[in-house]
Write a protein that binds this ligand. Structure first.
Ligand code: NAD
Ligand code: FE2
Length: 383
């Protein structure tokens, strides 16, 4: 077997955002960026500082601040129109996955034309579209390195996913100072999303030895540094390590994808308004336990990374149970994720989603067959 791994995004880890952006603009001869951001982040001191330094250097930039969480397609289409109307030549996406995904969508539409929904409906992105600079302010989705963008359909509110290696960022700037303001609950949820990318990527059908090494490191970083970032949001060392973990998680997504944990999150998140990272964390114990019979060595390794110990003659079933319990301890007691019961999701209603989980696009990456019976068991364990 031959394994290949490609990484197209130039990653800059820096605590001097303005300097890094000015260097990239000068190096790439980009003269007029479109800055894609939301209204809240636009008013934060770090971003005001950035804009002031762009002005001081006489960089003629345009701001598109219509980004909202789970952005609708109009944010992308209107952004591309603003880009073209102003003759911009690159896109800087600043924010969480919502801003960076919107910026990626704008970069696609301004390069290849049409509307973003065309690309969700099969229009191909035939060549690399450079000019996207991703500046994450959360540490979770990995959008800064991933090849995915997710927008919501205006009428059905369904999530549309567009995947293309040609649309990945040209640069990702990881500046932990930007994440220091992220509220504790979002720090926990987004950090557990990163853990899920690694744990599911590690056990996916598409995993390879090179990706496995990266996934193990990501999980190790989350276990070591997420509790520190949660305890003190201004711990820049912890924030930086989590930014690195999240970005690497985006790289994993491009290659081994996720599986049935994310399938549950993708189905249940929009229906019950559960933030993505929280939904992934509620899905994780069942996913670990029921992956163990087919991937016992890997689930044992995840257990070790979480600090578990196993009886010497542990069966595959026990390995799954011990690892799932250890994850729950990390999630609920070490980090303090909001209990699922607080969300008051109706159990019977939740159980009506079995076939949606079975048919979700990433369920096919699971190393075990996801049939109605197993999906039902996983939904019973969700929470
Ligand atoms: N491209 C991918 O591979 C990928 C993967 C998973 C999810 N997603 C998408 O990403 C989006 C979720 O992204 P997210 O979880 O990063 O959150 P987000 O971008 O939706 O942001 C959520 C909220 O957090 C605020 N926020 C962001 N950074 C902050 C900071 N430093 N301080 C204070 N507040 C801050 C934002 O203003 C916003 O109100 C969804 O649309 C999801 O579908 C994309
Ligand atoms: Fe995720």
């Amino acid at each position: 077997m031959e394994y290949r791994l490609e990484q197209k995004v130039k990653v800059v880890v820096s605590r001097e955002l303005s300097k890094s952006i000015l260097e990239i603009l000068a190096d790439r001869k980009y003269a007029k960026p479109l800055i894609v951001i939301d209204k809240f982040l636009l008013e934060t001191p770090e971003i005001k500082k950035l804009l002031a330094s762009l002005e001081a250097q006489k960089i003629d930039f345009v701001i598109h601040d219509e980004v909202v969480p789970d952005p609708p397609t109009s944010v992308v289409d209107h952004g591309a129109q603003i880009f073209n109307d102003n003759n911009c030549d690159c896109v800087i996406g600043i924010g969480g996955g919502s801003s960076i995904d919107s910026a990626r969508g704008i970069n696609i539409v301004r390069t290849f034309g049409g509307k973003i929904s065309d690309y969700a409906n099969g229009k191909e992105i035939t060549e690399r579209c450079p000019g996207l600079i991703a500046v994450p302010t959360t540490s979770g989705t990995g959008s800064e390195l991933s090849n995915a963008l997710i927008v919501s359909d205006e009428t059905t509110h369904e999530k549309l996913a567009i995947l293309s290696n040609n649309a990945v960022s040209e640069f990702a700037i990881l500046d932990p100072v930007l994440v220091a303001t992220l509220p504790q609950s979002m720090t926990i949820a987004t950090g557990l999303d990163t853990f899920a990318h690694a744990a599911e990527g590690y056990t996916s059908n598409l995993s390879t030895p090179v990706l496995d090494a990266i996934c193990e490191k990501i999980m190790y970083l989350v276990v070591k540094y997420l509790p520190k970032a949660v305890a003190n949001g201004e711990d820049l060392e912890a924030r930086q390590e989590m930014m690195v973990a999240a970005a690497l998680g985006g790289w994993v997504l491009n290659n081994s994808g996720t599986h049935v944990g994310h399938s549950q999150a993708h189905v249940l998140g929009p229906i019950y308004k559960i933030p993505h990272g929280m939904a992934c964390a509620y899905a994780m114990p069942g996913t670990l336990e029921y992956t163990a019979p087919v991937k016992p060595k890997k689930i044992r390794e995840i257990g070790y990374i979480l600090g578990a110990s196993f009886p010497e003659d542990a069966t595959d079933l026990e390995i799954g149970q011990v690892t799932a319990e250890k994850f729950k301890d990390f999630r609920d007691n070490v980090l303090g994720l909001r209990p699922f019961a607080d969300l008051e999701v109706d159990h019977d209603d939740l159980m009506t989603n079995v076939s949606k989980v079975v048919n979700e696009r990433f369920a096919g990456n699971a190393p075990m067959e996801i049939d109605d019976k197993l999906a039902g068991i996983l939904l019973e364990m969700f929470g």
